[in-house]
Design a binder for this molecule. Sequence first.
Ligand SMILES: Nc1ncnc2c1ncn2[C@@H]1O[C@H](COP(=O)(O)OP(=O)(O)OP(=O)(O)O)[C@@H](O)[C@H]1O
Ligand SMILES: [Mg+2]
Length: 270
Amino acid sequence: MTDRPYSSLVELTGLHFTYGQAEVLSGINMRFGRGQVVAVMGASGSGKTTVLRLIGGQLRPSVGSVVVDGAAVETRDRDGLYALRRRMGMLFQFGALFTDMTVFENVAFPLREHTDLPEEIIRDLVLMKLNAVGLRGAYGLRPSQISGGMARRVALARAIALDPQIIMYDEPFAGLDPISLGITANLIRSLNDALCATSILVTHEVDESFAIADYVYFISKGTVAAEGTPAELRATKDPFVRQFIDASPDGPVAFHYPARNYQADLGLAP
Ligand SMILES: Nc1ncnc2c1ncn2[C@@H]1O[C@H](COP(=O)(O)OP(=O)(O)OP(=O)(O)O)[C@@H](O)[C@H]1O
Ligand SMILES: [Mg+2]
């Protein structure tokens, strides 16, 4: 493992998580350093969104700990969790904008929810955030009047409205064309650096995430299957990592969700 000579803002230690009977995470150790963009990659269903929910305190670990800025998330009470979430920005995997609000009102929403700032300040902050994602000119439009890539950038402006210390992105590139994809990736890096934040980037996009990340974790079968800097991982011979980097359909990562015997499913005798 590479030496990482900085203090971590988020640290997951011996993390296990079980939904009902199914253990999804079985002993995860990860560190997210201050000021860094860290990518979390892995096949569909490997537990990436679950990791983000544990960091956000929406889920509690079955075993192990999630420490954010020196304090364990699982020991925080309601007020403590609320205070923590205020310092986190989240771009949800299926998060949509409020369709009955303008772009402006969407970005203003968290400011109105979490602060008592006067209207002029809210206006300035919203326009500043929209400017940061290149969409100040679109403030008066409704989500139905903008493209999918633009909507993603508005969601990004909304996620950073409160100047979060931790920004979590769940599949921010899904469904974007190659140009929007590159723009969004660069934006994630530049917003992280401008806010002196720590960004956690869950994605399948190897090229884009390797281009902007300081460190990358691959999770598989509930554990960290590989980790390193993008340069280290590009050079690795680890077949699991190679399957991702080379985008090969065959390899250690299975295409199928675990299923019963096919014949049993078809109602035929096995
Ligand atoms: N609320 C839930 N109840 C029960 N099982 C769940 C629940 N949410 C997720 N799971 C299961 O937990 C596993 C991990 O899910 P998770 O959403 O964390 O995966 P993911 O890596 O984010 O996948 P994707 O790349 O498809 O978004 C999956 O097998 C999923 O079916
Ligand atoms: Mg997910």
